[in-house]
Design a protein around this ligand. Sequence first.
Ligand code: GDP
Ligand code: IMO
Ligand code: MG
Length: 428
Amino acid sequence: MTNIVAVGIQWGDEGKGKIVDVIAPHMNIVARFQGGPNAGHTLVVGGKKIVLHHIPSGILHAGVKCFIGNGTILEAQGIVEEMDSLTQAGFDIEGQLFISERTHLIMPYHIALDKAREQSKGKAKIGTTGCGIGPTYEDKAARRGIRLADLSAKNIEERLTNNLEYYNFMLREYYKAPEVDMADVQASLALLRDRVLPFSANVSALLHAAEQQGQRLLYEGAQGLMLDTDHGTYPFVTSSNTVAGSAMAGLGVGALSATEIVGIAKAYCTRVGSGPFPTELFDETGTFLAEKGHEFGATTGRARRTGWFDAVAVRHAVQVNGLTGLIITKLDVLDGLKEIKLCTSYELNGETLNHVPALAQDMNDSKAIYQSFAGWEGSTYGLTSPDDLPKEAQALLDAISQICDCPVVMLSTGPDRDHVMWLSDTLK
Ligand code: GDP
Ligand code: IMO
Ligand code: MG
């Protein structure tokens, strides 16, 4: 039995959605364990694009059940729009989607506070997606959050009134921002009761039963390791643990549940929002990667910052996730470059660093030290057989595997479901 955790290991947008969609037909269940609508996972099937934010990327496969775990957070309007767009595209999600009753809810006041806080920070802003992620996870830890199960709690109105009073006080008095209306909160609640509550389930129990029947489970991460609250470039991170280990806490499955842990990385690097990025490129190569890779955020439409592959960051990810395999995406974007670089260490104040520093300022001041590789002639777009890879591309992949101390088990050579190269059978 193989259960797989699939996580991003850079700053998000590595192509997790595409990879999960590719592996999903070999699985019975795909489950999301953290994050919320800040995620934007793009699936391309026969040239047609579908972007998912809350819903697991197995949903396009009718036989695959999809679970949203207790570690995730959800926003009423966003998830309903997502469900409706899937229905309109001809996918019947009833009986296929299950949402943990312990999932915390993003309320209009969370979104208002996220935005007000970012605005007040000016240049020092995190560059959040503005979806209310930080405040919702803060409420969870502060024990005043509202979960799907709480919709039937007797004191729900009283708790919401208290929360709104608290948030409006902060918005009005501290941020000098507009307050949130109770009517908006009630509208969100009504939508949740009408459209989301029917999908609520005891996800942990369902997963446990599935495991006992020998079903195959895939745990789909959102964001990436460098955005993990503990292991990323704090404070320029998201507000959940993106590391593979949090799959167990975020779904309520046993710590030994996964047998393979794969880390997904682009053959280069991108980052949306603020924060350190040692390999960032500000030259024509950076523009080339942004344009050829269509590097615009799937959630906010913001331009993504681009740079060379950072093997220091990926080595860090191999270690803290306990990766058993790497999946490299967007190799085709490097087609046509004469020279390709991998960052193998950082230099900080004249010293060589082989690890990711804890202090964001140190990471910001770190200079990337590179190993250079020859580019290749011709196109790798859509290749499916390792025999067709240019020898320079193979050399680059061998170097990534060796420097990061982890085998490359799959390669993605284009956005479509079919643009994939299986390099190992462990995921099938
Ligand atoms: P995610 O958040 O990790 O799921 O990634 P996103 O969907 O935000 O961003 C990845 C983008 O790259 C999407 O537009 C994908 O369609 C696209 N993509 C994924 N894999 C490949 C690939 O191998 N080559 C190319 N050219 N595009 C890819
Ligand atoms: P997927 O799943 C890329 C970034 C934001 C910001 C920081 C905090 O598509 O890879 P938040 O709204 O979470 O409080 O923002 O994290 N961020 C992402 N960047 N891909 C994502 O998700 C992201 N989700 C959040 O840009 O820098
Ligand atoms: Mg994305």
